[in-house]
Design a binder for this molecule. Sequence first.
Ligand code: NAD
Length: 360
Amino acid sequence: MADTYFIRAEPLAAAIRELVRGFGSEEREVELVTDNLIQANLTGHDSHGIGMLPRYSQAWVEGGLKENAHVKTLMDGGALLRLDGQRGFGQVVGREAMTLAIERAKKLGSCIMALGNAHHLCRIGAWAEMAVAEGFVSIHFVNVISRPIVAPFGGSDARFGTNPFTVGIPVAGREPVLLDFATSVIAQGKARVAHNKGEKLPLGRIIDNQGKDSDDPAYAVVEPLGAILAFGEHKGYGMAVACELLGGALAAGLACGGPATGEKRVLNGMLTIILDPKAIADVATFERETRSFLDWVTASPPRAGFDKVRLAGEPEREWRAKRLAEGIPVDANSWNEILEAAARLKLEPAKINRLAGVKA
Ligand SMILES: NC(=O)c1ccc[n+]([C@@H]2O[C@H](COP(=O)([O-])OP(=O)(O)OC[C@H]3O[C@@H](n4cnc5c(N)ncnc54)[C@H](O)[C@@H]3O)[C@@H](O)[C@H]2O)c1
């Protein structure tokens, strides 16, 4: 059996659509979930691509993820919105929440939107991209309600999730700046992908179940669990706390507060701030200063070991071009987990293989 399959985006999407239909999803949901996951793979974030589906299928069987659920407005204060994702697919309720908030920002110049109870919102950059496409700045603080997996700076066990932070900034006439990362030194899914490939991680990312440095990604994936470290020592840890308090305690009304319950669902709370630059600044000045700063910064001569200075968002665009041309790599273990998910959803794994063009 091949160690890695290279599957083109289209046949992979056909297979994933079939899998998502197994949740009982309406066709719009099938499209949104499939497209969002494939886009994560295309942008190089396999941690947040189709490899999430086995977890989603376990969460759905337990009742922690609801098919065909939609966002519900809990509070409408004009430029302030409080929304409930009703445990629906993040790919659906995240899009609906962002659509509502963007409409408000168009009318009012800004919108602060609090979203709670959304099942996994996946790549948070996808939501910033929606606002940036309208010319808006988009800022996101996100918490994760799942098994705690990240240790606080100075701590020896896991106390919270990989809490992503994201900022999208439009740049007139150019590609946007899109900063989008987990506040853990690696996203948990990156440990899962390394574990499935049988790879080790560099030291300084993971601690084992005794709180000691380890290169084994298993400590972030299977029992006995250790923890992933926060990025940037006390600074990244501080950002993770800000994400927990703003995305969790404030926006969702739910923060991490105890050991794992064993439930498979992954809930995200998200505080989103959308801002129309025209509403707060002289746009010509903002555009001029943005472009001149970005030119200045990227003109720095590359240091040994680097080919050039990039801006956030650029690597994802490079990955997308490469993977559209060459196909999406899916390691055999991850693909087997997808076939197991198909069986869990009462689908025929052979059909998934056939649609993807995988000869297992
Ligand atoms: N929904 C959730 O619960 C959840 C939790 C954690 C992470 N995530 C998502 O996981 C994804 C991956 O997160 P990650 O921490 O692994 O990302 P990462 O470590 O790959 O960092 C990605 C960010 O760094 C930028 N970047 C990368 N290389 C660069 C370079 N050479 N120069 C300049 N900028 C560069 C990228 O453009 C991007 O903005 C994100 O999309 C995040 O939203 C989601």
